[in-house]
Design a protein around this ligand. Structure first.
Ligand SMILES: Nc1ncnc2c1ncn2[C@@H]1O[C@H](COP(=O)(O)OP(=O)(O)OP(=O)(O)O)[C@@H](O)[C@H]1O
Ligand SMILES: *[C@@H]1O[C@H](CO)[C@@H](O)[C@H](O)[C@H]1NC(C)=O
Ligand SMILES: *[C@@H]1O[C@H](CO)[C@@H](O)[C@H](O)[C@H]1NC(C)=O
Ligand SMILES: *[C@@H]1O[C@H](CO)[C@@H](O)[C@H](O)[C@H]1NC(C)=O
Length: 352
């Protein structure tokens, strides 16, 4: 008996030590990954800037977009590549000790796209609109020097098409179906923002497959999607009836909407004869992007049953019969509620 109670005290002691150790361990973990999925609200979400200025983590107030002079004098570009694409090279840089992403134009042939990206970053950087914190923050640009650059906020987790690897390697315990469905909601929410601009809907053209579509987004440190690459967002002018085309080459595959395919079997592709289309091509792509995000996680097929109704609507051959991004967003939110997933966990978000 004595022996037992001694043992019991010992094990209790061991348990306390274990708990203490775990607390310290997890605290350490939180310190190492500031902000990620925690309620450690970042500066930005508390304080957003007027159009024409920015605020980075650690800054106390907004600063106007950097001028050429400030960029030349105050931005230090490292040799660390954050990534690169056809059009630009993205390097890590610093402005006053704040990490930034330095987007460098690769070749003058792409100058038009580069400039379009800047125009879109400016257009969608308005604090009074719901898009704040859903689109990468513009920090500054300079087109007068030899190589044009655009400076943006740096998101260390990188592009969202790597989501599964990033979660698996760094945050396996956060990788839940609820979390992944939250990313589907983010994606549709950002489409909704692009489609509901007062000038008219903008089409997310650089998105011919789910991997490509998600490579246009970054994963923020608190686990939400942020639109980053805005090189190819043509405008559908509703008042003039002017539609768009995504590029001038023939598109193939199941992933692009049927109206994006060359319609004639008998003739070779001719861009001049290729019909135009509208933002409903983005709606066609939603189910594939969401399925990519959900992956093969346990429970994914059950969730897909809940989404079956709206996803079938998105895949209607006739673009006009497809729902709007707003309707898909509302449906997704309803499903989330029905499944009892709290909108405030594991992260709080405002979805406009
Ligand atoms: N602000 C940022 N923070 C962190 N990583 C970034 C940032 N901006 C870009 N990157 C990385 O750089 C990569 C290339 O950027 P981006 O997609 O804008 O280049 P691109 O040349 O326009 O590519 P594409 O060929 O898709 O047009 C991204 O996929 C991402 O991994
Ligand atoms: C997480 O970050 C996103 C983008 O920066 C922002 O919209 C959102 O409000 C943030 N949420 C929290 C809880 O910090
Ligand atoms: C910002 O958005 C609000 C509401 O959407 C709009 O009224 C205002 O004109 C916009 N400001 C700028 C500078 O674009
Ligand atoms: C849409 O087209 C009309 C008529 O051509 C034009 O006046 C208007 O400026 C266009 N809108 C935008 C946002 O370009």
């Amino acid at each position: 008996m004595d022996n037992f109670s001694f043992h019991n005290t010992g094990s209790r002691f061991a348990l306390i030590i274990l708990l203490l150790g775990m607390t310290i361990f997890f605290k350490g973990l939180w310190v190492n990954v500031p902000g990620f999925l925690s309620n450690n609200v970042q500066h930005r979400s508390q304080l957003s800037c007027n159009a024409g200025s920015f605020i980075l983590k650690g800054m106390k107030s907004c600063h106007p977009w950097l001028s050429c002079l400030e960029i030349e004098k105050e931005v230090w570009v490292t040799e660390r590549y954050l990534g690169s694409g056809a059009e630009k090279i993205v390097k890590e840089g610093y402005w006053q000790d704040h990490p930034v992403a330095v987007n460098i134009l690769r070749h003058e042939d792409f100058f038009h796209d580069f400039q379009h990206n800047l125009n879109m970053l400016k257009l969608f950087s308005n604090e009074s609109s719901p898009q704040v914190n859903k689109i990468v923050q513009l920090v500054g640009w300079c087109f007068h020097q030899q190589t044009p650059v655009i400076i943006t906020e740096l998101h260390p987790l990188g592009a969202a098409n790597n989501i599964h690897a990033v979660l698996k390697e760094n945050f396996p315990s956060f990788d839940t179906l609820e979390f992944r469905f939250g990313l589907c909601i983010d994606f549709v929410n950002i489409l909704h923002i692009l489609h509901s601009h007062p000038d008219g809907p903008r089409v997310m053209c650089d998105a011919n497959d789910p991997d490509k579509a998600l490579s246009q987004f970054l994963l923020s440190e608190n686990g939400s999607l942020i639109l980053n690459d805005m090189d190819a967002l043509p405008l559908v002018n509703k008042s003039s009836g002017e539609l768009v085309k995504c590029g001038h080459r023939e598109l193939h595959g199941d992933y692009v909407a049927p109206e994006q395919l060359w319609p004639y079997d008998t003739k070779m592709y001719d861009d001049g004869e290729m019909p135009h289309y509208d933002e409903k091509v983005d709606i066609w792509k939603i189910p594939d992007v969401c399925n990519f995000l959900l992956g093969d996680m346990t429970g994914a097929s059950k969730l897909q049953l809940h989404l079956f109704g709206i996803h079938s609507e998105c895949k209607k051959e006739d673009p006009q019969l497809r729902p709007s991004a707003r309707m898909v967003l509302n449906y997704y939110k309803t499903v989330r509620l029905r499944l009892g997933w709290n909108i405030f966990s594991p992260r709080s978000r405002d979805e406009g």
